[in-house]
Design a protein around this ligand. Structure first.
Ligand SMILES: [Mg+2]
Length: 269
């Protein structure tokens, strides 16, 4: 039964099972776009379904607060999207900024001066590709083509632009995502895996079974971290390859899972 061997090679051939309902000793981490929420053409157009925030809060209290949002978005943008979750721990910009359990904030480093020039040039590239979007998030610059009329052309243009731009931003790296490219500070820059590891170092997360739910390429770092620690990595959607070992079909399934957990009141211990 070598097909059942569980390794971190991204060539899962057996179907991934659905995760069980959350247990009280879990530490839960949620990505946002494509996970808690369905994608929208523009990141600010996402719809937060009725009841979701209430269910997430219930789940957080069942886990004694060991629930955090881990997103590529800035924390301020997360707070705008989820006004009822503003006191929950969060990692924004893939962990560049953080909010701990008691509300202490770590802010992203100041962006380099050249970023303004790069932003103007990125907007120029975007203007030639209808439906694309350039988004500035602190020191990060994201280029989206999800709603582009010609997505492959837009992707190629942004890829070429990003590669050429590294000359102006020598400390930056290009981070690929799902219909998005991001220019972000490299080197010791945290990824979502680092963000999860940092949460797991202190209460209420420390000592719990880590569980990460996400859909994107950038969530793979976090999947690896929870796999190494005997936790559950939950892939949302059908992106492959992935090191995730569990699966939920789409954001609606994630929300239904959260709602069932909140209703279940954590009887599974
Ligand atoms: Mg996502």
């Amino acid at each position: 039964m070598e097909g059942l061997a569980r390794t971190d090679t991204p060539d899962q051939t057996t179907p991934r099972p659905q995760p069980p309902l959350p247990a009280r000793d879990w530490a839960l981490f949620f990505d946002v776009d494509g996970c808690l929420l369905d994608f929208a053409a523009h990141p600010s157009d996402v719809i937060v379904p009725e009841g979701l925030q209430r269910h997430v809060l219930k789940l957080a209290s069942m886990l004694d607060g060991a629930l955090a949002i881990v997103s590529g978005r800035a924390i301020d943008a997360l707070d705008e999207t989820f006004p009822e979750l503003q006191h929950l721990p969060a990692a924004g910009m893939h962990g560049l900024e953080r909010r701990e359990i008691h509300g202490q904030r770590t802010h992203a480093p100041k962006p380099p001066a050249a970023l303004d020039t790069v932003l103007a040039e990125a907007i120029h590239v975007s203007s030639a590709h209808p439906g694309t979007l350039v988004e500035r998030k602190g020191p990060n610059l994201a280029m989206h083509w999800r709603a582009a009329t010609m997505p492959e052309l837009a992707r190629d243009a942004f890829r070429a632009f990003a590669a050429a731009t590294l000359r102006l931003l020598p400390d930056y790296v290009v981070q690929g995502g799902d219909m998005v490219l991001e220019l972000r500070p490299g080197g010791a820059t945290p990824d979502k895996g680092d963000a999860v590891e940092t949460f797991l170092m202190s209460p209420p997360f420390a000592g719990r079974v880590p569980v990460f739910v996400g859909d994107d390429l950038t969530d793979e770092h976090a999947f690896s971290v929870v796999n190494e620690r005997g936790g559950l990595s939950v892939l949302v959607g059908a992106r492959e390859p992935s090191v995730a070992r569990w699966h939920l079909a789409d954001p609606a399934s994630v929300r239904a899972w959260i709602a069932r957990a909140a209703a279940h009141d954590g009887a599974s211990a």
